[in-house]
Design a protein around this ligand. Structure first.
Ligand code: ADP
Ligand code: ADP
Ligand code: MG
Length: 656
């Protein structure tokens, strides 16, 4: 069989870019499908052809299998690469692709179906002689029976969506009293995310390490593994850092789990790239006696596949295309070797200082690290807008080195040289994690981030950073005033014009600025060199010149100041906003633009402080809104299902 001449990519962002790059190298033409907000995105510009398939919400674009298949037929693509997420693990879609006479670049729909549900996958693994986490994976979904089974399994238990992925629909429950509420919320999240609210129960593994094995199968019954990855650094069951090989892995344990992974793949006649995930019980060295359990198989390429590529020197997307085209696996097991160590960090548009709330909006300045041993897979460029419709991952930084210490050093350095102005990112948080002593010693488990969260909080911004930003805003304001006054002045020397404006103005001036949205008082002293700004209660900074490693972006408000991988946004208060609004203590606002997935209260209901009022769903996450105080719901300003803006009023409490 021959290699495809044209493929369609049913995905977006960094993974679409990644697939196009390999296709191009192989001489395969590419078709991108885009939603309206993704018009002009880097992956769309890179593709040979672009077909627009619908508006922003994934349900109306990237999840519309029929539109995607129609686009493939219209452009003459012979195969569809689903990337990950979206339709990648949707067997009905894979079926429909086949019925349309196209090749789905992935396993057979049957293999996807059998491994897709966590319950059946566990049964298949067990039959293949692979240990699975003890629990309940039965048919019955009755709350009463599930509660009884949870007791039998023994608390703490993990409730998991059978159709789950990306950490969604998963709840850890400590005891009987919390079970019913956790079940209900897991089911609701699973229903919304996967259209399937079935759950299973598992014993909670203590101090687990997440170790997974990359497998590959072809149409000629060959299956190989490409070693393991350790993805123990997680936050809320979602991967943050991934590495290969697993630190401390001993040869015997590696032999056992890689053989188990290959057995799972063979059990379903697996073709293409897949990942078999395991939990290892108890932190520390991965000795031969350590208990290990299968948890699931992902029937697709994985987000963290670059670390495997780095240590094996192979291109997994190329392997996917070859295998889908009917070729044999390029290498036998004996020919696959690994070298050195690789670590990947997921750069997300989110705010670690505000409970990792996703951050949207335009990227006004972007610098991605490059250098020896560094790889950056990005889906954005300067000017890209982070939209609320998709997940918050914007790039992956992957460092490879001769050993783990070298990879860590390169990754830390790469993060220091990464700069994103506009949306907030987790770069500083990732840096703190990568340079954390326990991580350096390889003492990782899935609870590490949770336990160390306070210590991983980004350092305070360098003193003076705010001053630099405010000075920029003042200069911008003065320039605007000068232009408006009809005295253009000397463009090369705006301060000559400004001096005139200052005549009669007080030498010292108090101003209010918004520092990350918080009104902050500053004092401005006008000097011959321009404004010298001090934040009340902080030592003056600007006069001493810029502190090291500070970058200010923007010539007028808003100004973004970055230092130590952390950003503050400075702006003038807008007096229009807030006028006629309810005082903070009585209102519930949407923290982010998204969809109002659930409203728990009705007008007139009494709530206690901290009660759940509503859930906003945005960027693959649920954000629960709580009552700011006790009181009566006076007004509901939005309805379930509504699309809400950031800061939108959701509910108001009556005055007491
Ligand atoms: P992995 O196990 O490989 O880490 P996850 O299940 O965490 O993968 O995530 C899969 C990926 O799906 C996300 O990182 C993201 O790139 C992609 N994705 C983007 N938007 C969506 C969406 N609306 N629904 C599902 N997946 C999405
Ligand atoms: P998903 O499909 O969302 O990726 P997984 O079953 O792979 O779900 O689990 C994701 C993560 O959740 C694991 O890597 C682990 O950190 C945690 N987890 C899952 N099951 C258990 C368990 N039984 N005990 C402890 N942690 C678990
Ligand atoms: Mg998983």
């Amino acid at each position: 069989m021959e290699m495809f001449s044209k493929i369609l990519i049913a995905n977006r962002g960094e993974i679409a870019v990644r697939i196009i790059q390999t296709a191009r190298r192989l001489g395969v033409r590419t078709v991108a499908v885009v939603s309206v907000p993704d018009r002009g995105a880097p992956f769309a510009k890179l593709a040979d052809e672009v077909i627009e398939i619908g508006p922003g919400p994934a349900a109306e674009s990237y999840l519309c299998g029929d539109k995607i298949i129609a686009a493939a037929r219209a452009t003459g693509a012979q195969a569809i690469h689903p990337g990950y997420g979206f339709l990648a693990e949707n067997a009905e879609f894979a079926d429909a692709v086949g019925r349309a006479g196209l090749k789905f670049i992935g396993p057979s729909p049957e293999a996807m179906r059998r491994m897709g549900g966590k319950a059946e996958a566990k049964a298949i693994a067990a039959t293949a002689g692979v240990p699975v986490v003890p629990g309940y994976a039965g048919e019955s979904q009755e709350a009463r029976i599930l509660a009884r089974e949870a007791k039998r399994v023994g608390y703490p238990v993990m409730i998991k969506a059978v159709a789950g992925g990306g950490g969604r629909g998963m709840r850890r429950v400590e005891g009987d009293v919390d079970f019913a509420a956790a079940l209900e919320s897991a089911q609701r999240e699973a229903k919304a995310a996967f259209g399937d609210d079935r759950v299973l129960l598992e014993k909670v593994i203590a101090r687990p390490r997440h170790v997974e094995v990359q497998v590959f199968g072809d149409a000629h019954a060959n299956v190989v593994h490409l070693f393991e990855r350790d993805c123990s650094l997680q936050r809320r069951n979602q991967k943050v850092l991934e590495e290969a090989p697993a630190p401390g892995m001993c040869a015997q344990l590696r032999a056992k789990i890689t053989a188990a992974a290959v057995a799972c793949a063979k059990a379903v006649g697996y073709q293409g790239a897949g990942t078999v995930e395991f939990l290892l019980e108890g932190a520390g060295t991965l000795g031969p006696e350590m208990p290990w359990y299968f948890i699931e198989m992902n029937t697709r390429l994985q987000v963290e596949h670059p670390v495997t590529e780095s240590i094996t020197g192979l291109d997994l997307v190329e392997w996917q295309l070859r295998v889908a085209a009917g070729e044999r696996l390029p290498l036998t097991q004996a020919q696959i070797a690994m070298s050195g160590h690789a670590i990947e960090a997921r750069l997300n548009a989110e705010d670690p200082a505000n409970d990792f709330l996703p951050s949207t909006g335009p990227i006004v300045r972007l610098r991605l690290a490059e250098g020896e041993g560094l790889r950056c897979d990005a889906g954005v460029e300067e000017g890209s807008v982070i939209s609320p419709f998709y997940d918050s991952m914007i790039a992956k930084l992957i460092a490879h080195g001769p050993d783990r210490a070298a990879a860590i050093a390169r990754l830390a350095c790469g993060l220091e040289h990464t700069l994103v102005a506009g949306p907030k990112t987790n770069a500083a948080f990732l840096h703190a994690l990568v340079t954390h002593a326990a991580f350096g010693r390889g003492e990782v488990d899935t609870g590490l981030i949770g336990r160390e969260l306070a210590r991983l909080a980004p350092a305070r911004l360098a003193a003076g950073a705010v001053s630099i930003g405010v000075a920029r805003m003042l200069k911008g304001e003065a320039n605007a005033r000068r232009n408006a006054s009809g005295h253009p002045g000397d463009a090369a020397s705006p301060w000559s014009a400004l001096d005139a404006f200052q005549l009669g103005a007080p030498r010292r001036q108090g101003r209010t600025v918004l520092v990350d949205g918080v009104a902050t008082k500053v004092e401005v002293a006008w000097t011959a060199d321009g404004p010298n700004v001090s934040v009340l209660g902080e030592p003056p900074g600007a006069s001493a010149g810029p502190p090291p490693m500070v970058t200010a972006v923007g010539d007028s408000a808003p100004v973004y100041v970055l230092s130590n991988m952390r950003q503050v946004v400075l702006d003038w208060p807008s007096y229009a906003v807030g006028a006629g609004e309810v005082g903070d203590g009585s209102a519930v606002h949407a923290p982010i633009v998204g969809r109002l997935a659930k409203v728990f209260v009705r007008q007139g209901d009494r709530v206690a402080k901290g009660d759940r009022v509503a859930v906003v769903e945005a960027m693959k996450m649920e954000h629960v809104l709580h009552a700011p105080r006790a009181g009566c719901i006076d007004k509901l300003a939005a309805r379930e299902g509504d699309q809400v803006a950031e800061g939108a009023l959701i509910a108001v409490l009556a005055e007491e």
